[in-house]
Design a protein around this ligand. Structure first.
Ligand SMILES: Cc1cc2nc3c(=O)[nH]c(=O)nc-3n(C[C@H](O)[C@H](O)[C@H](O)COP(=O)(O)OP(=O)(O)OC[C@H]3O[C@@H](n4cnc5c(N)ncnc54)[C@H](O)[C@@H]3O)c2cc1C
Length: 399
């Protein structure tokens, strides 16, 4: 089998890359080790409505709920509210992630990409040190898929980058370990995504409640792996649920455990190998959200592959258009938010309470992590010292 591009992983990053490569004329093959695209769901299922602007998904079947905003609770319960009616801009959706992923895969197939399920990439094929495809295993059968470009869209546990010689090891301080229940019997009349902070509640992370229906919500926790130990995410989540009046009568429908990279991105182009999505560490280090970056980065990767096929040039220089593209689109945001994450780690619960108290009546003009940081600096100019690296990134952006 010979293709222009072979993509490992049919998550959002892989299928969006496949779609845009195929739409630009490339012959694309996607392999996925799971038996069903998007299942089992390993996600809080919250996503910004800015994905509407990209017009990558048809219909609305993948939307569970439209959100009116977000509420952040400090350890002593002080609430900071970011409302759409005040900010007047986009909020977010809670989605059905399995339907969402399948809709993205459908679009890739419609554009001409082939997808093979139950098929696991097991190594790279090389000839004279040059990558020329992948070896895969489907049930007990192994076979080779040759391609001019290989894309690692294989998520947080990515092996493809490592096989290609890229340093992808995640330090425990750059990884969130997560647990989540989908709970029924939860009061969801307010369409707000709630975030609970505090060293006791979730060291180095937060607890989230994302309403998914009339009385169903995703309730999860992320802890920094460097501050966690075996079983701790579930233990702290169970304690949070038992102590929260809104959740104490809830009944679980689903439980999941997973991990999210909260790191700086790795090298994403090495010869004719590209990394996209979680494999590239394209995740917001503050929120742990990676869906938007997977879509945005996947589109840039796919179009770059199309351009390389057009020129019949599959060298590092040509494919580096992808790395330049994602750096332009969201690279500075990830670097900036990584520094904010590091700064927040130094805050104790008293500081979180004090900061929340100072922001509880603040009218946010925008629903974003940056608008929160701006408000904090406005209220507490001494924070500027802590966040000075951010200012450097901002001035680099302007220059
Ligand atoms: C608990 C939890 C909650 C989260 N909540 C949110 C949220 O609310 N909002 C948000 O934006 N993000 C959230 N995320 C992060 C989000 O899920 C990821 O950023 C997103 O899935 C990245 O997409 P991807 O395509 O890069 O990787 P994935 O969606 O992980 O897809 C990778 C695919 O590659 C396949 N694969 C791996 N290895 C191989 C192989 N060797 N051969 C073949 N196939 C392979 C996997 O089976 C998988 O299907 C959450 C993550 C977790 C764990």
């Amino acid at each position: 089998m010979k293709y222009d591009a072979v993509i490992v992983g049919a998550g959002p990053a892989g299928t969006v890359t496949g779609r845009f490569a195929a739409e630009s004329g490339a012959k694309v093959f996607i392999v996925e080790r799971r038996a069903e695209v998007g299942a089992p769901v390993l996600c809080g299922e919250g996503v910004s409505r800015k994905i509407d602007d990209w017009k990558m998904l048809e219909g609305k079947r993948w939307i569970a709920c439209s959100m009116d905003g977000a509420r952040i609770f400090s350890p002593d319960g002080t609430m900071v509210k970011l409302s759409a009616d005040v900010a007047g801009n986009e909020t977010g959706y809670v989605i059905y992630r399995d339907i969402f992923d399948q809709e993205l895969a459908r679009q890739a197939i419609k554009a001409g990409a082939k997808i093979m399920m139950n098929t696991q990439a097991i190594r790279l094929l090389k000839e004279n040190d040059k990558i020329k495809g992948i070896k895969v295993k489907q049930f007990n059968e192994e076979f080779e898929i040759e391609a001019d470009v290989v894309v690692g869209a294989d998520g947080v546990e990515s092996k493809v980058g490592y096989w290609g010689g890229i340093e992808t090891t995640l330090k425990p301080k750059d990884l969130e370990t997560c647990a989540q229940y989908t709970l029924s019997n939860v009061d969801c009349k307010d369409a707000y995504c709630d975030f609970y902070l505090g060293k006791e509640i979730a060291p180095g992370g937060y607890v989230w409640i994302f309403p998914k229906g009339k009385d169903v919500a995703n309730v999860g926790i992320g802890l920094l792996a460097s501050l966690s130990e075996a079983g701790m995410p579930k233990k702290l989540l169970d304690r949070f649920i038992a102590n929260n009046p809104r959740l104490k009568n809830s009944v679980p429908l689903r439980f999941l455990a997973g991990a999210v990279p909260v790191a700086n991105p790795v090298e994403t182009v090495r010869d004719n190998l590209l990394l996209v999505g979680d494999a590239a560490r394209h995740v917001d280090p503050i929120t742990g959200g990676g869906i938007t970056c997977s879509l945005e980065g996947g589109k840039i990767a796919g179009e770059t592959i199309g351009m390389a096929v057009d020129k019949q040039q599959f060298d590092q220089e040509t494919l580096s258009a992808y790395e330049m593209g994602w750096k332009e689109a969201f690279g500075k945001k990830i670097r900036r938010n990584y520094l904010v994450k590091e700064t927040l780690l130094d805050f104790d619960d008293k500081t979180f309470n004090m900061l929340a108290d100072s922001l509880k009546d603040y009218k946010f003009e925008e629903l974003s992590t940056m608008s929160l940081v701006k408000a904090l600096v406005l209220k507490h100019p001494t924070l500027l010292m802590k966040l000075r690296s951010l200012i450097k990134i901002k001035s680099e952006a302007k220059g």
